[in-house]
Design a protein around this ligand. Sequence first.
Ligand code: F6P
Length: 366
Amino acid sequence: MKKLVISTGGGDAPGLNAVIYAVVMSAESRGWEVYGSRGGYRGLIDLDELVHLTPRMVAEITTQGGTILGSTNKGNPFEMPVKNLAGETELCDISDRIMRNFTRMGFMCHIAVGGDGSLDIARRFYMEKGMPVIGVPKTIDNDLYATQLTFGFDTAVSTATEALDKLHSTAKSHDRVMVVEVMGRDSGWIALNSGISGCADVILIPEIPFDLGYVCEKIANNDLHGKHYAIVVVAEGAKAKGSDIICKEGSCEAGRSQVMLGGIGDWVAQQIRERTEKDVRSLVLGHLQRGGSPTTFDRLLALRFGAAAVRMAEAGKFGYMAALVNGEMQDVTLEEATRQLKMVNTDDDKVHTAREIGICFGDTMP
Ligand code: F6P
């Protein structure tokens, strides 16, 4: 009987469980078995962390947020943080151990569900170690280049939009400026989509460095036109012209490939406070955007990705990632998928739409 192993790596995203469900059910219909590797690659490091996933076990997970397999942000097997005898942390390459366990278990394929970091690790396993890998694109940030959309994004945008909707009434009641920091790492997709849908006045994204003078001008314009409040959406990776991104202190833990972003919302709020007469408040939506049940859209997308991954396994399409291209499931090489990130194109129709409906990006006089 053919056996697959599936892992979920990096930050969780709504829809991960739906992928697991689709993989288990599609494999079952072919008479194959599926094992889940807990904690990213942990199940392939320590076989006790492998779990045999039966249709019965996954029956009710599609609607659940998070991942029943657990995930990890610090688990790159090529550079795994391990404590040496002196208690110091060293980075060790344990990829060969993983390959031995993979072979010992007789797996025909590894379905790696992840964002750019996890998919790059999957790519290395395929190219450097010969592991038959298939990728599934996951991230609330929607920054994977080779797929139109990643699952998790729609849920995150819906959560952020709902928050903006709620902030309008409180901001209006107090004539306040509300600055809302949203996730997205180096791309502004969550800020852009939620900011337009949630009728923000200002959207600040990494792709368009901003000038606070223009932002304050927009707030003053609002006042002139009788709107005495404003909603400012700031992507966590946004930066003022000539400045750098703002990171959280102590955010470079061993084995973590990326710094933790955060703090730009407070900074923007403070700057607006100093430059205007307005009462300003800021909040960080943070991990609320990652939690909860996936939207219908994300569920469907995740189920399609899961089923496509099993079809690809059947066709022997290893070293590829399932991708949404022109609304259809297609496959792209992991190399192509991890080559670059997908950023907001300033010529994007959404950016034009936002400008036309009066949203300020802080780059020109409003
Ligand atoms: O990549 C997904 C994401 O939620 C980013 O938007 C955010 O910067 C990061 O993960 C947060 O990571 P962590 O859960 O480690 O704080």
